[in-house]
Ligand binder design. Structure first.
Ligand code: FMN
Length: 314
């Protein structure tokens, strides 16, 4: 299906900077491969864009197992940014998505500002690449206390450097595990981010009481799924109130259209779905259809009309 024939009533298209996406439903990085893996299960054209798994300048093997553990209402993971490297993403996955006319957002990560800039330079001018998401919030890197998104100055530094290297819109993906998310979000926007992705996983831990050992090889890991949805909705709401003009891609525990609507009411422009893909590979399509249905039933002509429309007292 071509991009144009996907425009529909109600109007679910969204804008992130100069970028217009025809659907407000994206994939959350790391939970959908890079599109190819899921294409047999779901219609990639129902998505606004595929957000690919985070890549680094060189391939990474990731952390040794066990790397995932089930918890009540969610999962813990410590994959450690296993990836084939940015060149492989560009030459294989992004080329594959482009051939199929599926908009792609690359997610990039690293240990230094230079790592981010190197990734961005490799991606510059890649056909079909509509935006870059800076993963400033992976809780599973080698130096576990370190995330760029923990401090406003480091966030500004990396966003400014990447902004100078590429033209495409930049999304900044932030962690909820900070004292003032609004301060860090503001720093990202001032440094040139076109939008924010909220939220990455939140740091958690589970212990096997029979063996007395942590369930993940690293001890701690990132918690995702329904358990974090209230945290994510709170983050979107707080940031939207402070920065109402800034596009936000909301994510954290979305599994149904109603979950997604909660994010739009809190102030999200678009949503991304992660963990739910593991139990239902068709969830993105189901949520996209459900959002359209919700709008039709209520006579909402444009999804943007309900953005941030929660009736909160404060
Ligand atoms: C197994 C797994 C791998 C992930 N890998 C990445 C990643 O590579 N880059 C990233 O920015 N976020 C990564 N995330 C975080 C998700 O993109 C998302 O922000 C988070 O899981 C919250 O959404 P959810 O509750 O719908 O999963 C990962 C999450 C999971 C569960």
């Amino acid at each position: 299906m071509s991009l144009e024939t996907r425009a529909s009533t109600p109007d679910l298209s969204v804008r992130i900077g100069s970028l217009r996406l025809l659907s407000p439903v994206l994939t959350a990085s790391g939970c959908f491969g890079s599109g190819k893996e899921m294409s047999g299960f779901t219609d990639l054209h129902a998505l606004g864009a595929v957000v690919c798994k985070t890549v680094t300048p060189e391939p990474r093997a990731g952390i040794s197992p066990p790397r995932a553990a089930e918890t009540p209402s969610g999962m813990l993971n410590a994959i450690g940014l296993q990836n084939p490297g940015v060149r492989s993403l560009r030459d294989n996955d992004l080329a594959w998505l482009h051939e199929r006319d599926v908009p792609a957002i690359a997610s990039i990560g690293g240990h230094s500002v230079d790592d981010y800039v190197r990734c961005a330079e490799v991606l510059r001018g890649t056909p079909g690449l509509v935006a870059i998401e800076l993963n400033l919030s992976c809780p599973n890197l080698g130096d576990r206390g370190f995330m760029f998104g923990l401090a406003a100055e480091r966030t500004s530094e990396v966003v400014r450097a990447v902004r100078g290297a590429v033209e495409v819109p930049l999304l900044c993906k932030l962690s909820p595990d900070v004292t003032s998310l609004v301060e860090i979000a503001s720093a990202a926007v001032e440094a040139g981010a076109d939008g924010l992705s909220l939220i990455n996983t939140t740091l958690g831990m589970a212990i096997d009481v029979d063996s007395f050992t942590p369930k993940l090889s690293t001890g701690t890991g990132g918690l995702s799924g329904p358990a974090i949805r209230p945290i994510a909705v709170r983050c979107v709401w707080q940031v939207h109130r402070a920065l109402p003009e800034v596009p936000i891609v909301g994510m954290g525990g979305i599994a149904t259209a109603r979950d997604a609507i909660e994010f739009f009411l809190a102030g999200a422009t678009a949503v991304a779905i992660g963990t739910a893909n593991f139990s239902d590979p068709r969830v993105t399509q189901r949520v996209a259809d459900g959002i359209a249905e919700f709008c039709k039933e209520r006579g909402i002509e444009r999804l943007g009309d309900i953005r941030g429309k929660v009736n909160a007292q404060q």
